[in-house]
Design a protein around this ligand. Sequence first.
Ligand SMILES: [Mn+2]
Length: 317
Amino acid sequence: MDMLKIADAVKQNSSIAIIIHVNPDSDCLGSASALITALRCMGKKAHIFVDSPIPGRLSFLADEDYFASGADDYDVCIAVDVAAEYMMGSMKEKVFDKSPVRCCIDHHGTNKGYAQYNCIDPSAAAAGEIMYVFIRDYLKVEITADIALRLYAAIASDTGSFQYSNTTARTHIIASELMAKGIDAPFVMRTLFERKRIEQLKLRAEVIENLKFYNDGKICVAVVDNDMLSRYKMAFEEADDIAGLPRSIIGVEVGVYIKVKGPREIKASLRSNEYVDVSSVAASLGGGGHIRAAGVTINASQDEAEKMIIDALEKVM
Ligand SMILES: [Mn+2]
């Protein structure tokens, strides 16, 4: 783990670029915004780069001045929560590759360590857990309430509000220390998990009506396509909470959420409950992720992609 080297690179240089993954979630955005707050406390010039719009519900983690208007030159670049280089989108070429010092802070077990300095801890439930230790013990910046709220949002989100199997005793200890900073934790929970537009609930109802079951009901598939989204005037990002739905049904071991983004562009999210390693199943199809939550992009028709996923799952079940 190159945590010390990353901290030294930060201390010895004056401008830092932070890159988060495309389709940013609360973990990468919370961790990056905590880091940028800490870096600016240290007097560094720092900006976040992301090759996707920020979802509206995460705007509380994204102050406008975090983002640079153009791609300037930076001494150090840190990719946060980015499992593979391609997940930086165009920021890989524009910012990461151009940086003299390239670092990565991540918690995905599939991360091969593409940077010069890699701090990858798959035992961390969220990048936010690693970032907490990095800011407090390595950058030695005080965890203010501002930083704490961002890290809490990061950790709460990747643990599905502390429900997923990646949640450890350490997760709760860190969450407790963050709460002790006086953050409005119920606000974070409401914003991330509770508040929904009525259209989101109507979409969910339609998805439930059309669930498909395989392997004696152990695999459940939910599908959302552009047609459904346009009827409810929604974007895919707003439907992300569907990912946890199929797995929540009694008897289901693996929930598959298929997003039909184009005629031959299928994005699937795989979630398992107890025994199926969906990260290896996703990897066999060219994707990756964690043991109980992984994802894959397949360039095939919806039917072909669905069959590929079911076949790959049935092989290991
Ligand atoms: Mn994450």
